[in-house]
Design a protein. Structure first.
Length: 327
């Protein structure tokens, strides 16, 4: 859309939001910048009518509740207005867990291709009165650009519904195999990132761990080349192909802390007067990844069992403390 046209539409919305009465087309022509001036010629009248009809259609297509009617019985022609109650968004509120999730998402979106969308979302939330501080949201940080170089091209291909090609190295295979995939989405599962899609050569759904992608994936073909299956559950597909043995983990978390951890944990018992926190149960197929996550919570989380995980968290915290100690 041309800049002048966009500016005219914004001016039209502002003008029609600023009144409760219906505004005639002649009044809009005289007050809203960007329309053909009334110089008394038939050419100018026709140009204004065509322009105004396109603008009305554009606003309605964008979901703006443009109303047509007359303020009183004495009006001789229809006018226009935008009902403020139908146009404005309701008050937006987030609870603690929701705000934490948004903060984590903002840090995830620091990836180059999503930075613009993240900034736009943050501005809209702040305009609605929601204060989201990504630095204080959750004590963990997804690392995409360095650890998962395949993330951005795979995410872009899934978003645009384009074919993606890459070399994939399985643990039981010596050399990488070339894959051509219609990507359905990218999902995190137990601390790892996976691409889920339809493998064209194997003619079946497949799950690919991004850390096993060799080199840079190549996105090809037109946008909108395919559609994912209806009722698609990416996490369920990954879980169904996860061959790791699941282990039960019990941790104790300080009341009100470890919000992100509690979202996937099962509470076993609340804190007593003589206890230091709430007892939570977790399930994992990767103790090493979970140790990284738990260590990020610091003193807010204590591992009760298994001892192997407790030792791994203590080792990580000890190493971090040594790095911060004065020389």
């Amino acid at each position: 859309m041309a800049a002048k046209r966009a500016e005219r539409l914004v001016n039209l919305v502002i003008a029609l939001l600023g009144t409760r009465q219906y505004v005639s087309a002649a009044r809009i022509r005289a007050t809203v910048p960007g329309y053909e001036a009334d110089d008394g010629t038939e050419r100018a009248d026709e140009a204004f009518k065509r322009m105004f009809e396109r603008d009305k259609a554009d606003l309605r297509e964008m979901g703006v509740p443009l109303e047509t009617g007359r303020t009183s019985a004495f009006d001789t022609e229809d006018g226009y207005r935008i009902a403020r109650a139908d146009y404005e968004l309701p008050e937006l509120t987030l609870d603690g867990e929701e705000a934490a999730a948004v903060g984590l998402a903002l840090r995830l979106w620091e990836s180059a291709q999503m930075a613009g969308a993240a900034q736009s979302a943050l501005v809209k939330l702040k305009a609605a009165g929601v204060d989201v501080d990504p630095a204080r949201a959750l004590p963990l940080r997804p690392r995409l650009d360095s650890d998962e170089p395949a993330f951005e091209p795979c995410y872009t291909a899934a978003r645009d519904r384009r074919l993606v090609e890459f070399d994939y190295r399985r643990p039981d295979e010596g050399a990488p195999a070339h894959r051509r995939v219609q990507p359905w989405g990218v999902v995190a599962w137990h601390g790892r990132w996976y691409l889920v899609g339809h493998d064209l050569d194997r003619r079946a759904p497949r799950v690919f761990r991004l850390s096993r992608v060799a080199g840079a994936p190549r996105v090809t073909g037109p946008e909108g080349a395919f559609e994912p299956p209806p009722d698609l559950d990416l996490a369920a597909l990954v879980a169904g192909q996860d061959g790791g043995q699941e282990q039960l983990v019990v941790v104790r978390a300080r009341p009100g802390a470890a919000v992100g951890l509690r979202r996937t944990a099962v509470p076993l018992e609340p804190a007593d007067d003589d206890e230091d926190g709430d007892l939570l149960q977790l399930r994992t197929t990767d103790l090493s990844r979970l140790a990284d996550q738990l260590a990020a919570y610091g003193a807010d989380v204590l591992v009760e069992s298994p001892q192997e995980l407790r030792d791994a968290v203590v080792e990580r915290l000890t190493r971090l403390a040594a790095m911060g100690a004065p020389a």
